[in-house]
Each structure stands twice: as structure tokens, then as C-alpha cells.
Design a protein around this ligand. Sequence first.
Ligand code: UD1
Length: 418
Amino acid sequence: MDKYIINGGNRLFGRVKVQTAKNSVLPILAAAVLTDKEVRVLGAPRISDVKSMVNILGCLGCATEYDGEDIVVDASCADCCEIPRALAHELRSSVFLLGPLIARFGRAKIAYPGGCDIGLRPVDLHLSGLKRLGVRIREKNGYILCDCKGLKGNEIMLDCPSVGATENIMLAAVGADGETIIKNAAREPEIEDLQKFLNGIGAEVSGAGSGTIRINGVKTLGGGAFRPMADRIEAGTFLIAAAMCGGEIVTEGISGENISSLLHKLRENGCKIRSKNDKIFLSREDALVSVKSVETQPYPGFPTDLQAQMTALCCICRGQSMVTENLFETRFKYVPELCKMGADVTVAGRTAFVRGREGFNGATVVACDLRGGAALVLAALAANGRSEVLDVSHIDRGYGMFEYKLRSLGADIVRAAV
Ligand code: UD1
């Protein structure tokens, strides 16, 4: 497994182009199974989660191809409805294929999905939603077995606004007979992006971005090309990096509106921020001041996927902060690693109590999940001295060309094989 070697202390300057959003591209790739026409995802990010999804599509019999920066999927020859354990464990988003497979073939078999180890991540809401559309679901030897004799539109009330369940139900409902209404739907912008893609290939979906989504089932779908939205989490990670290291950067490709919850906090921390069209300008000269509390919430609240990076920032602010994780259990696994770098953080239940210190010391630390791993890289960039971040394959799941982009901003970071 590769590691990063980082000499900390450089300020960051320059422009960084934001990749297309992992959380938009993954459900869109799954949606390609709905149609027997060609789908082209323009400018897909070079991350391993996307490669895993492309592998799974190949396993289902789809023809897939990387064409420059694009990914082309032709699901006309898809002939398999089973996702084996090894592939499903590699990628939690493999569960997104349930909806499209059932809509297209009337059945699906998938091993319980994997993904980052950030606590219990059940799929009960996905399954109860699909049941409401007429799917029969059984569970056997760690596999979920689904079949149906024609999907039928229905009203579905989600117990909590799960992003994945909302998307999975949307994907199945596109092929159902009649209208489906999802209430208490998640409102993340990536769901709106999925709606745009689906409507572009002939679906009839409305309301995404609000708590109520309506889907009119259609008999056939076409193909087409689609450029997914930019990755607000990647952009946020670079902005937090610049806040921690000091300097002046511009992210290109995303509007400030999509991460306003983060921008509010960074302003409180003492950063100067300006956002215009698809650019966000951030500069930080003076000492960082702590924000009292950060609480993760569903969109438009503070994203759980930026919680670890924000905690790393709180560690080097003047004063104390409380970071509360409301979405996932055990999403503080990176904290003991940050403490090896000199951070002063205590976790009690879902809250991390952070006492800000002057800075981090360089150390050898281990990435244990995607965003926690990114937080360790940011800490190492801001640290005094040399650090090694091990197991960067976790980081490769979501950040394409991470070290190249950071180097272009002036960071001293190289990848090395262990
Ligand atoms: C998606 C994102 C992930 C992000 C998360 C929350 C993708 C590919 N991943 O994950 O990056 O961190 O949204 O913004 O888009 N839950 C249930 N039962 C279910 C489904 C979810 O109880 O059937 C719970 C989860 O345990 C969690 C909460 O709902 O506590 C939110 O999860 P969800 O929104 O479903 O996250 P994902 O779709 O897995």
C-alpha cells in the first residue's frame, strides 16, 4: 500500500480545479443499467470508488470504456443480476444497483455492501422503500435477494432522509408503473444532479432538492451524455487545507452556495472568503480562531464528509471547539492519529472536544477511512516537520490526483510505495 511523505509548513497558493462529484457519479453510473442505450459520463473523477463501480458494471455484462476523461457505459448486453461479495464489499454504493437492476430485469442479488468503516450503515430504508414498490425481498447467506412481477408506483415516507435510499428508490421508480412519491427525501444537491441525468435520458422526475420527490414511471429510456456537478467535499477539503496552512487559493468549478455551511464556519475561523459564479476565493493571514461548535446535519447543514477535516482545523485554532457527528457512529477513528501529531482532542459519544494548540508535529499516522485520511493529510501539511500518512488507498477512493493538486498549490507531498 502506498503512503504519503509530507514536509509540512508550506503555505498554499494558486488555483485548483474541482473534480466531478463522487457522490453524483456513482449513482449515475448505476443508473446507466436502466437503459439499453449508451450513457457517457463526462469528466469522471479518477478515484478508486469509480473504478470499482465500473468493475461491477462489467461484471453485470455491461460494456464499459474509459474514453479520455469520460466513462462510456453500454448496458444493452447486461445479462447478470448478481453482485458477488468481493465487489459489493469494496464499495457501499454497489447497493445503488438494486433499484436499476430490479427496474430493468425484475430481479437482483447483491451481497451486503461494504465501504468506509464509519459505523453501522444499514440498508433497511432502501429495502423497505423497494418493498413498497412491490419488490419481494429475502436475505440468505449475507445476500439480499430481490424479485418482482412488475414494479408499481407508491407513496414512500422515509424514516430519515437517507441519501442512498432516496436515490435507490428514485432509480427503481423510474421503471415502475404509475407515480411514486418519496416523502422526507434527502435534499443533497447530488440528488438533484441524478434527477437531471434521469430526465435527460427520458425519465419523469421532479422535486429533487426538496423533501418531496415525484417520479412518473416510463416504459423506455434513451441514452445520452451528462457532466455531473462538481465535488463539494473535495472543494471543501482544499479550502480547509488553505485555512490550516495559510495562503490564498481559488477553487474552480463549484458555487459557494453548495458549501455555504462550511464557508460560514471558515469565516468565523478568521478566513477571508469571496465566492463568485463557480469560484471560491479563500485567504488566511491572521491566527485561526476557534468556532464554538460544529454539528453535522443532512444538507444544507454541515456535511459529515467534512467533519474530520474540520476537526483537524479546530485542533490548531486559538480556543476550544465541540464537533458533533449526528449522522454516523464511529466517525472519529482518525482522532487518536491526530493526537499522535500533538492534537488535544477527547471523544465522548458523538462529540469531539477539541482544545486548540499552536500547531501539529510531524508524525507517522495511519489513514483508516476516506475523510479521516484526508484530515490526516491536512494536519501533516500544516505540521512542523516531516510526516508519513500510511494506507492512502482509503484516500484514493475519493480524491483524484490529490498529491498533484496539493503540489500545484505549493505543498511538499510525495507518494511512495511501502
Ligand atoms: C451518502 C454519501 C456519503 C455521505 C452520506 C451522508 C454517497 C455515495 N455517499 O452515503 O458520502 O457521508 O450520504 O451525507 O452518496 N440509514 C439507515 N438506513 C438506511 C440508510 C441509511 O438507518 O437504509 C442511516 C445511516 O446509518 C446514517 C444516515 O441514515 O446514519 C444517513 O445515511 P445515508 O444518507 O443513507 O448515507 P449514504 O447514502 O450511505
